[in-house]
Structures are given as C-alpha cells and as structure tokens.
Design a protein around this ligand. Structure first.
Ligand SMILES: [Zn+2]
Length: 426
C-alpha cells in the first residue's frame, strides 16, 4: 500500500506515469498540468488494482468520552444513541458519557439529522466537559486596520492553484484519514514531511507535530516566527481528518477537509516563497480529530490558553473547494468574532474581486468553536451557504473529481488567507 501511495503521489506530481522517478520534485513555477496529473494518478491507481485493496484497522480507544452538545439537538437523534441519563446539564448544554467507539455513530447521526459535523465537543475527561457548561470566555474587542497594500499585492500573485490541487489529491489518496486509523496517522506524518520541506532554508520556520493523549493522529503545526513580536500569534488552520459514516469505509475527504488543509499549506507556501517575515508569529495548523468532536483543536486552543499564548486571531478553513452558492466566500456568524468577520469581509473587498456572505452554523460546528470558547477571536470561512454545501461530503464520493480535478474555489480562500496573515501579523 505504501508503494502504491508513493507511486500515486509521484505520478500525480510528475504529470505522467512514465516520468515517475525517485526524488522527483515538482516545480510549480514552471507549471504543472493539473488535468493531466490527476488523470495520470487515477490511471496509476486503477492499474494497481484500485485505491483501496484493503481497509485499515482502527485503533480502539479505551475508556469513556464525555460529549457536550446543545439540548435542542438531542430530540432529533435516535434515542438508542444515549445509553444513560445526562452526566450534567444547564439550560442550553447537556453532557453525556459515551463509549469512545460510539462517538462516530453520534457524529453520523448529527450529520444525518442536522447536516452538521460534528456539532458537539468530545472530551477526554468529565472535568473538561463541565467547562462547556460555564459562560464562554469573553473575546476582547480589538481594532483592525488595513494598511499593508504594497506587501499584500506583492504576495498575492504567488498564490497558485496547482499546489492546492496537488495537496488535495495526495491527502485524499489516503484511504481514510480518521483520527484513529493507521491511514489517518500516515496522512498526518505525510503532511509533516511536506511542511518540513517548506521550512528548509528558513531558520525562522519550523514544523512540529502536536501530539494528543486520546488518539494517535497528530495535529501538524508550521510556525513562521515573528521578527519583532514573536509572542503574539496568528493562527490559520483546517482539519486534516475525515469521515464517511462510521465503520471501515473509504473516506477520501477531498472537500471535507483536504481542501482547507491544502489551502492552509498554500498560504504558508506563498508567504515563504515571497520571503515574507512577519512581525508577529503565524502558526499554520492541520487539526487532528475534528470529526470526532473538535478534539484536536480543543486540545491546542486549551494548551495555548493554559500557556498564556496571545492569539491575535484564528481563521478556520473547513470545506472550501465546492462553489455551491452565488457568492464566493461565506462566514459563519455564530461562535465566531463579529469584529474579525467584518475585518475579513473588508479584506475581500479591498484585495479581491470576490463576493461574500454569511450564515449560522450552530454549536460545535467546526474548529473555530474551540478557539472562541477559549476567548480567542476566531472566524470560519466556508464554501457556500449552509443549505448549499457540497452534497458529497462524508461519503466515499468526496473526491477531487467532483470539482473536475480543480481547486479554483479553494484558490480564493488561499488569497484571502495571505491578505489575512499579512494584515494581522504586521
Ligand atoms: Zn470538516
């Protein structure tokens, strides 16, 4: 399987199976024929007997997990999911103990009933879950200024579609990036190696895994250290795991969320290529275990708060490559920072020709919620309105082929990401 994967990636990057050779490095500046590359990868996979000759074993998680969710969501779910009375509750939020193995069933139920994923937080301990019953930590108000036009306009042309396509294709070639799958661990390791390549030759850029106690998949963190205010941190990220129902299924997760992780990478790649040295530190994060209850981002945001890290802002990219609505970019208005959302809208108006809108996403909607509840200004940029998002997600058909092998829509988010990074990390 590893040979197949390596072959796939090489075939994809080289644009032709015949050109595969060890040590090949794609040169995006000289151009990669995206359509040809995708076709070659698909043909290589087919000739090797298909993408999924066998399915990976799941690592069992020992012990219980505590889930916090909105009470109003419980009624629409199959009662059989809940084996016992709530462990705790307040007027709005309820906490249940779950067998760790059954959290995926809850996630699938939430997706079926409300089209939300996951829509809850999963916690390693009851103590951590009880925190969700408290009033959320206030997000301090802050002013935003847009005054880096020269730098942004210099860096924006460096953003390219081809590297985004390549990263989505590679990530979605893993059979299932679930946080407890061997292939989910492999995908994280693969991303760490890719990001380490970006860091080479830049002593101010480093890559490290963020390890989680409760599951084997690691989050991936690329740090672009700030030149003058390194303790102030801007976070851009998207989850790397994926899901397709529950059980041992093929889950390419191209749009949800290889797209957001790949855009995160492209923002970093473009800034590094442009020799950009921010005043503040920028952390690019591929979050583990979002689909399992926002567990990766919750661990990281809580660790940042515990360590007193000053987070200037967080931009979450979760599903960005399917244009389902009239406008280009949509922002989630609940569990996010209204000020930062307005700032992002202004960035779009100032630096791009794109249009934008907004919608509500609900409790525990994606990784931005982990940052908001820790008192950090967070936003979520999304591909469409809530009603019109990609119908293929959480299914084996969430492939790059669904967007014609292109990342035209995701490309817009990468340009927004560059503007956001430069105007916030100044
Ligand atoms: Zn997602």
């Amino acid at each position: 399987m590893r040979i197949l994967k390596a072959f796939l990636v090489l075939a994809l990057l080289s644009g032709s199976a015949a050109a595969v050779s060890a040590g090949y490095t794609p040169d995006f500046d000289r151009g990669v024929d995206v359509k040809q590359a995708i076709q070659a990868a698909l043909e290589a996979a087919a000739s090797a007997g298909g993408l999924l000759p066998e399915l990976p074993g799941r690592q069992q998680e020992a012990g219980p997990v505590w889930v916090s969710m909105e009470k109003s969501d419980v009624g629409g779910l199959d009662g059989a999911l809940f084996k016992a009375a709530p462990a705790a509750q307040n007027k709005r939020i309820v906490i249940y103990e779950f067998d760790a193995d059954r959290v995926a069933e809850l996630a699938a139920g939430m997706h079926r009933a409300y089209y939300r994923a996951p829509g809850f937080f999963a916690h390693d301990t009851l103590e951590s879950a009880l925190e969700d019953l408290k009033a959320p930590r206030p997000v301090p108000a802050r002013a935003y200024a847009i005054d880096q036009a020269a730098r942004v306009k210099e860096l924006l042309p460096l953003v390219k579609e081809a590297p985004i396509v390549s990263a989505i294709a590679s990530l979605s070639a893993f059979k299932n990036r679930g946080s407890r799958y061997a292939t989910g661990v492999d995908a994280s390791k693969w991303l760490q190696k890719e990001w380490a390549k970006l860091a080479s030759g830049r002593p101010d850029v480093s890559v490290a895994p963020f390890k989680h106690a409760a599951f084997p998949q690691e989050s991936v963190v690329l740090t672009l250290r700030g030149a003058t205010e390194p303790d102030n941190v801007v976070v851009i990220g998207g989850h790397i795991d994926c899901v397709a129902g529950y059980g041992d299924t093929l889950a390419p997760g191209a749009d949800d969320n290889a797209s957001g992780a790949s855009v995160t990478q492209e923002v970093a790649r473009a800034l590094i290529e442009g020799g950009y040295r921010p005043a503040k530190t920028i952390k690019f994060i591929g979050f583990a275990a979002e689909e399992a209850g926002l567990r990766g981002s919750a661990d990281i945001a809580a660790a940042f708060r515990k360590d007193g890290v000053k987070v200037e802002g967080m931009l979450n990219l979760d599903m960005v490559n399917y244009k389902g609505s009239a406008k280009d970019i949509y922002f989630v208005t609940d569990n996010t920072s209204p000020d930062q959302n307005a700032f992002l809208g202004k960035l779009i108006d100032t630096y791009t020709e794109y249009t934008w809108g907004s919608f509500k996403c609900g409790y525990g909607c994606s990784d931005h919620a982990s940052w908001t509840k820790n008192g950090y200004p967070a936003s979520m940029a999304f591909e469409s309105t809530f009603e019109q998002y990609n119908p293929s997600i959480h299914k084996p058909v969430d492939t790059l082929a669904q967007t014609g092998g292109r990342a035209e829509h995701a490309f817009k988010f990468a340009r927004l990401g560059v503007a956001y990074a430069v105007e916030l990390a100044k």
